[in-house]
Design a protein around this ligand. Structure first.
Ligand code: SF4
Ligand code: MG
Length: 322
């Protein structure tokens, strides 16, 4: 199958302005040259510590912000070039589920109004028709239809996240960017929302870009996983392959921090030292070299390319490409 989404050489730099004249003194290199293909019907998870560029990648795909360089193709079409009707259509087909169910719902709007708003913007002008659609999507998201006239404060965190999901799905999108959709929720609620997202995926034939810092959550959700570090993609693999056979030292370190990670296979536990360096001044060569226990001379000089280590499994590390 053709990818539904292709990201080619994507860069997103944010200018840092200083001084009274607000001169641009440097750039935060939030996303620095990543490539990505996502196929219809799959869950592609983007993981990494906060600030690695995963949300920025998601926002660029949503066209909430324009790329500094590179291309994003949705169903083969460059989203940066979309205007008017085409862009309006994209807004319908690609939806975002926000991280925080507390701040992403307008407290002064009822659930019906919040969800119905998007329908109105997309031409569902009849009130009855809107109501029917809102009630149907509420039910699909495990909420009673009478919640229609209630306000966000009347709901728990988990219920609010269901409302946020319902709002994203009411236009029947094909592609959903879910940015840390469960990280603001109690662990006991997280699995319910994960199950809901999976259920909705199979019912509606959705494709997800699932953004998360939490590898134990990703394990339940993803088909394939991309690991980001300081704006770069360091490893991409099918989920099982990644969890059993991670090649990049950064991925190995992330995995060894997961409590239920299998240590029986004599895998070495890697404890990461130090902080993530500033994305406005990332290290030369391999960006991970300041924290990598396997650092070699070449790592400081040459940025490793993302290369195939086995079919469908790529890693960007000088240890893998020899
Ligand atoms: Fe470590 Fe070198 Fe591999 Fe980077 S390229 S992860 S520094 S071994
Ligand atoms: Mg984020």
């Amino acid at each position: 199958a053709e990818p539904i989404l292709q990201v080619e050489g994507l860069k997103k730099y944010f200018p840092i302005k200083t001084g009274v004249f607000s001169r641009v003194s440097s750039y935060v290199r939030a996303v620095d040259d990543i490539n990505l293909d996502i196929y219809p019907g799959e869950v592609f998870a983007l993981v990494g510590e906060s600030g690695c560029g995963k949300s920025t990648t998601g926002h660029t795909i949503m066209r909430m912000t324009n790329p500094t360089a590179g291309r994003i193709l949705y169903e083969g079409k460059d989203i940066a070039a979309m205007k008017g009707k085409e862009l309006h259509q994209l807004r319908k087909k690609v939806q975002l589920v926000f991280q925080d169910p507390y701040s992403s719902l307008n407290p002064r709007m009822t659930v019906g109004q919040s969800i119905g708003e998007a329908l109105e913007a997309h031409g569902v002008t009849k009130r009855n028709e809107r109501r029917e659609k809102v009630e149907a999507v509420l039910e699909m998201c495990g909420l009673a239809t009478y919640h229609y006239r209630r306000y966000p404060h009347e709901f728990s965190g988990g219920q609010r996240q269901r409302i946020v999901i319902a709002r994203a799905l009411v236009l029947e999108p094909r592609f959903v960017v879910a940015d840390e959709p469960v990280s603001a929720l109690d662990v006991s609620i997280q699995s319910q929302i994960i199950n809901l997202l999976k259920e909705l995926q199979s019912k509606m034939g959705l494709t997800y870009l699932f953004i998360s810092h939490d590898l134990s959550v990703v394990k339940h959700m993803a088909d394939r996983v991309g690991v980001m570090y300081l704006g770069s993609m360091v490893e991409v693999a099918p989920k099982t392959e990644l969890y059993n056979n991670a090649q990049h030292p950064y991925t190995q370190a992330l995995l060894s921090a997961v409590p239920e990670w299998d240590l029986s296979k004599e895998k070495k536990r890697i404890i990461l030292k130090g902080d993530v360096p500033s994305p406005s001044n990332p290290p030369e060569g391999c960006r991970f070299h300041t924290r990598c226990p396997f650092k070699m001379d070449i790592c400081v000089e040459e940025r490793p390319e993302l290369k195939e280590v086995s079919p469908g499994h790529k890693a960007a590390c000088h240890l893998c490409s020899r």
